[in-house]
Ligand binder design. Structure first.
Ligand code: ASP
Ligand code: MG
Length: 416
């Protein structure tokens, strides 16, 4: 007998038939004598619908002021609905089940709204209830703030709810059911030969998640890594467990080291800004970063280049595409303080990255990557590296070409 947390994303609970199928998957674990807590997302499209309504009304307001607390009250409702529906579907299968909202556990958060972080999960009530054989159906994405208000954990936050609950409940397993059957070497919509990985290291998954592979919320991977809780990613679309091995996200092991690169990720959410003719002196990058930090904008890739003129430099960096307008305004407002002469920007760029823990111990990875891009005549605008990743910024038009070229160059279609 084991204690299991099963998490189902929006498409897995997208309609009543899918909820019935989820109920059968949960029932099968419960009937084997396992203690089961289920974490659910809102039905697919529902959170977007709720966000759009909240945004629509907020835009009407000329008064300004924060509305994030009420935004949370609205968007958290999607998960409440699915908990009730799944609990009913389970009861119809003869399984004892009940729903739990975030505030009922309670799952407490920090003071933030819309992007709250989990402070604590109280398991005093749910834990004995699970031990008594009641399946707990928990609303993902939501909790209660220190002042007693509903709070949500940021888009994709149900993954984090599930991992945090699994840690708090000292679960033996955390299974994340989704609409794909595991983590792939790259996006199969771009490369049909992309392969499901049997295992992937936490560090690799963390890079892939933050680089735009949207299967798991980044925060959930961090949490699993810090608590050494392996996560299994698998599909809810089959009820035959033998056909559904999924991908295990876990600590690296020897079998993984044979692989140099594990995956190719891409993100179209970037924008590039170049500041021209800055004076080349200590402190200019700090001043630019300060202007961005004060505007709450995250700067990602940075490269400083000499300009043809002596003592003058150009600085290129990337920000999230959504922040581009805000960044330009902030930079223009700080123009005197920073001291640049010109500003260029481009929202039509894409960041393509290769990720693999094998890069730590293998040489020639960068060479293979840049040769593959050069052969296709793809110009690299900015480069960023870490111990297990190389990212390049390219013209968005070449995204598919670059992803395919890199997948091919590192033979990712072949099992290692
Ligand atoms: N329903 C929320 C969202 O769409 C949370 C989640 O599904 O993880 O972002
Ligand atoms: Mg998700």
């Amino acid at each position: 007998m084991a204690r299991i947390v099963m998490k189902f994303g929006g498409t897995s609970v997208g309609d009543l038939d899918r909820i019935r199928r989820v109920a059968r998957l949960v029932a099968s674990e419960a009937k084997q004598g396992n203690e089961v807590a289920v974490v659910v997302s809102a039905m697919s499209g529902e959170t977007n619908r709720l966000v759009a309504m909240a945004d629509d009304l907020s835009a009407d307001s000329k008064l300004g002021g924060s509305i994030d607390d009420e935004y949370d009250a609205i968007v958290a409702s999607g998960e409440q609905v699915t908990t009730g529906l799944l609990a009913i579907a389970l009861r119809r299968l003869g399984i004892t089940a009940r729903s739990w909202q975030g505030w009922q556990l309670p799952l407490t958060t920090d003071g933030a709204h819309a992007v709250a972080r989990i402070a604590d999960i109280n398991t005093d009530e749910i834990s004995p209830s699970l031990s008594d054989g009641t399946v707990g159906v928990v609303a993902g994405f939501q909790g209660i703030s220190p002042t007693g208000r509903i709070a949500t954990l940021g888009r994709g936050g149900s993954d984090t709810s599930a991992v945090a609950l699994a840690v708090a409940l000292k679960a033996d397993r955390c299974d994340i059911y989704t609409d794909v059957d595991g983590i792939y070497t790259t996006d199969p919509r771009i490369v049909p030969e992309a392969r499901r990985l049997n295992r992937i290291a936490f560090e690799e998954m963390l890079e892939l998640a933050s680089l735009g592979a949207k299967v798991l919320q980044t925060r959930s991977v961090e949490l699993a890594m810090n608590n050494n809780l392996p996560i299994r990613v698998l599909t809810s679309f089959t009820e035959d467990a033998s056909e559904n091995p999924g991908t295990l996200v876990c600590h690296e092991d020897e079998t993984m080291e044979e692989r140099v690169v594990s995956g190719v990720a891409y993100s179209r959410d970037e924008a590039r800004i170049t500041l021209m003719r800055l004076s080349d002196e200590p402190g200019i990058v700090a001043r630019v970063c300060r202007a961005m930090a004060e505007a709450n904008i995250i700067v990602d890739m940075i490269v400083q280049g000499r300009s043809a003129k002596k003592d003058v430099a150009n600085l290129t960096f990337t920000v999230g595409k959504r922040d581009l307008d805000k960044a330009i305004t902030a930079l223009n407002n700080s123009r005197e303080m920073i001291g640049f002469e010109g500003l260029k920007h481009d929202g039509n760029v894409c960041k393509v990255s290769i990720v693999g823990i094998g890069m730590r111990s293998h040489t020639g990875v960068a060479q293979t990557m840049f040769e593959a891009l050069a052969e296709r005549n793809i110009n690299v605008q900015v480069i960023a590296t870490s111990e297990i990743k190389i990212s390049v910024l390219i013209d968005a038009e070449y995204t598919e070409l670059a992803v395919r070229a890199l997948h091919n160059a590192f033979n990712l279609a072949e099992a290692s």
